[in-house]
Design a protein around this ligand. Structure first.
Ligand code: ASP
Length: 307
């Protein structure tokens, strides 16, 4: 058994580890862990009180994958629900689709009785207003929101790097390998933008025969390289978990156009070996790992690779 989560997800790790230790289904355990992160008002990149899109609206993304069945569930640009990861789980269990976005996702969430919430808080709206104050011209301020959002000067590059996601990977007592993700995506993103977190194969992938992978940071890159799926495919082809991750990092580093920045790759193989790397990361990247032999989850530092 193992639980691996990124540092942003640390508040839910202890509970998810407890559920795994007592024999809970691994996917349910990590969904419950992520729900704690989604409710954590101090985390501004997952769930409630996150940094909103450029219009001041929180549009949340989440995904789950059961590596036994390879069923997935994902939601994109979901508004006004407290636990996108639970809605994603219910997409997997309650409907013969794998991903729902926008109005359709909200209708589905309503039909299954998901918990509603106003996710925009004073602190997220204050940060958003401050951002607008800095980036809009006097004329844009007067007309906002009836302006060409494309013309806002900082829309593509966020100097404060206000983005992160939470990702969890687990192997449970029955060797089921699972992944789950939840995010508000980039701060100040263009409305409707989806990153890699709700895109299975890009931001996460699990296959109980080989292993699992989940990514954070620049979703625009992991979507293009199909990073999470590629790591699991490299495992299938016989690479060690470290080599699988390095190979996927090389695929990412080969991208030369478009928006390029850091990507963090988290991976486990079916034997519980794990590897986390920060590709071109400018800061220390931490993650959390728990196995039954540990008295408590441990915080570790990822290897930084510059390619
Ligand atoms: N990968 C997420 C996205 O692109 C953001 C992040 O992890 O920082 O939406």
């Amino acid at each position: 058994m193992i639980l691996l989560a990124n540092y942003e997800g640390r508040s839910g790790v202890e509970y998810a580890a407890k559920l795994l230790a007592r024999g809970e289904n691994g996917l349910r355990a990590i969904v419950e862990g992520i729900k704690i992160v989604e409710s954590n008002l101090d985390i501004h990149t997952v769930g409630m009180s996150s940094w909103p899109n450029i219009l001041g609206q929180l549009q949340l993304d989440a995904a789950v994958m059961d590596g036994n069945t390879r069923r997935t569930g994902a939601v994109g640009a979901l508004r006004n629900y407290k636990h996108p990861v639970e809605v994603a789980y219910r997409v997997m269990t309650d409907i013969d689709h794998e991903i729902l976005v926008g109005d359709g996702a909200e209708r589905f969430a309503h039909e299954i009785g998901a918990v509603t919430a106003v996710n925009e808080t004073n602190s997220s709206l204050t940060a958003w207003r401050k951002h607008l104050e800095n980036v809009l011209t006097a004329e844009q301020k007067q007309l906002f929101p009836n302006i060409r959002l494309l013309d806002i000067k900082s829309q593509a590059v966020d100097p404060e790097k206000l983005f992160d996601t939470t990702v969890y990977l687990s192997i449970d007592h029955e060797a089921r390998i699972s992944t789950a993700t939840s995010t508000s995506g980039w701060a100040w993103k263009y409305p409707g933008r989806l990153g890699d977190s709700p895109i299975i194969g890009a931001g996460s992938y699990a296959d109980s025969r080989y292993g699992a992978c989940a990514c954070t940071h620049t979703g625009e890159m992991s979507i293009r390289a199909g990073t999470a799926r590629s790591v699991v495919l490299y495992l299938k082809m016989g690479l060690s978990v470290s080599d699988a991750v390095y190979e996927s990092a090389r695929d990412l580093a080969d991208l030369k156009t478009g928006y390029l920045d850091e990507v963090t790759i988290h991976a486990v193989d079916k034997d519980g070996n794990y590897k986390v790397i920060g590709l071109n990361s400018s800061e220390t990247i931490r993650y959390v790992v728990w196995t039954p032999s540990m008295s408590a989850p441990q915080v570790c530092e990822a290897e930084i690779i510059n390619l």
